[in-house]
Design a protein around this ligand. Structure first.
Ligand code: MTE
Length: 387
């Protein structure tokens, strides 16, 4: 458990590490204490580590690494030495070769500020219930990823005209008969100038939880595209169709009725993220002692830009424009806030609704699917303003 005082101390430390003490901390509400893991993270699974960021930590544009969610399908590699690590590049290429960490460091480096979100973020809110890790709001974070462009590595290998997809293989320790973590992305996304072989996160080498010594960074796409602990990059003639591509990480081509099974022949691999916003504060169920409230949160939309966030303080009857934070980057979330004064004590329902540059707006109800991917319904919290 963390106390309110500890939370404020930690949060200001985190904000200091990323540049500034965030003014919103002055408006922190009476968040109920919660059972928390190391660094205040919510532990969703211990066997294969899955850590969620609690809403209180959506307070800085760049998420400090200790607050960045962790999603592991298997055990992290136990013996991974930087000196002996090698990345092989092969498949449909003219000159297969391998790279050491030192070789990657000598290549031209590129930085991408990216909001990474797990496809299953928000799964807990789907109705009816969907099995899987019950992520609520915080399987998402924004970081500065740095490393060589995947394009430069592929150019050196010389991709043949038959090369249509690029496969990543991670070094996870695979328990029993579980298939290894292998996924692929189309060659167009792999050769986009912002797709990286990332070795650094927020200016420091990747930590083990986040893929040390190197991970793929496929910006704007679901987190599963960004394979951690990379060992192999292979150019393929067609999309990889192993477990984590099929049946994993697929959406129906046409909306399903809740409870309907997924027909794999009428489905596609999940790629870019949806338009989405979340309310970080006040937190759901909190009691506010002041009538002046700063409603705040984050909004993101994968490869598109956020153009507006609207807030309702009357359960969706009326909507007002929120103010967007000035920090922005192509694939990064926008923080937003809305100042509101309660006319009288009572119960209130706050909602947030984002719209992106492709004209997409968050729906009232997210598209239900059997794996609970891409949840993006209008967010809401219920609060109580004290007399
Ligand atoms: N890469 C490997 N090798 N193994 C994994 O289990 N999980 C994926 C992706 N890359 C995973 C992986 C998923 S589902 C997500 S959401 C992101 O990593 C999470 O990245 P993070 O743990 O650095 O936040």
């Amino acid at each position: 458990m963390i106390s309110r005082r500890d939370f404020l101390k930690r949060a200001s430390g985190a904000a200091a590490a990323t540049g500034a003490l965030h003014p919103w901390l002055m408006w922190a509400d009476d968040a109920a204490p919660r059972i928390a893991g190391k660094d205040g993270m919510i532990v969703r699974s211990e066997r294969f580590l899955d850590l969620e960021m609690p809403p209180e930590f959506f307070n800085s544009w760049i998420t400090p690494v200790p607050h960045f969610f962790v999603r592991n399908h298997m055990h992290e590699p136990s013996t991974l030495e930087a000196d002996s690590w090698k990345l092989t590049i092969g498949g449909e290429v003219e000159k297969p070769f391998s790279l050491s960490l030192g070789d990657l460091a000598k290549m031209e480096q590129h930085t991408v500020t990216n909001t990474l979100e797990c496809a299953g973020n928000g799964r807990a809110f789907h109705q009816p219930h969907v099995p899987g890790v019950q992520w609520q709001k915080g399987a998402v974070g924004t970081a500065r990823f740095n490393g060589p462009k995947l394009r430069d590595v592929l150019q050196r290998a010389g991709v043949k005209s038959t090369g249509k997809h690029v496969m990543f293989h991670g070094l996870d320790e695979v328990p029993g008969k579980v298939p290894p973590f292998i996924r692929s992305v189309p060659i167009e996304k792999a050769t986009d100038g912002d797709t990286l072989i990332a070795t650094h996160m927020n200016g420091a080498p990747l930590t083990k939880h986040h893929g040390f010594p190197a991970r793929a960074l496929v910006p704007g796409w679901i987190g599963a595209s960004s394979c951690k602990w990379l060992s192999e990059i292979k150019v393929l003639e067609k999309e990889f169709d192993g477990n984590f591509m099929k049946p994993g990480y697929r959406m129906p081509n046409h909306p399903l009725k809740p409870g309907d099974p997924l027909n794999l022949d009428d489905s596609h691999v999940v790629t870019a993220l949806n338009v989405k916003s979340i309310i970080a504060g006040p937190t759901d169920g909190s009691t506010l002692r002041s009538r002046s409230v700063l409603v705040h949160g984050a909004a993101w939309s994968g490869e598109a830009d956020i153009v507006k966030v609207e807030v309702s303080t009357d359960a969706g009857a009326t909507w007002q424009l929120a103010q967007l934070g000035h920090e922005q980057a192509k694939y990064a979330w926008r923080l937003w806030n809305y100042k509101w004064k309660a006319q009288q004590p009572g119960e209130y329902t706050f909602m947030s609704r984002a719209t992106d540059s492709q004209g997409r707006t968050q729906p009232v109800t997210a598209e239900w699917n059997p794996s609970g991917y891409l949840y993006n319904a209008i967010d809401q919290v219920k609060i109580h303003v004290q007399a």
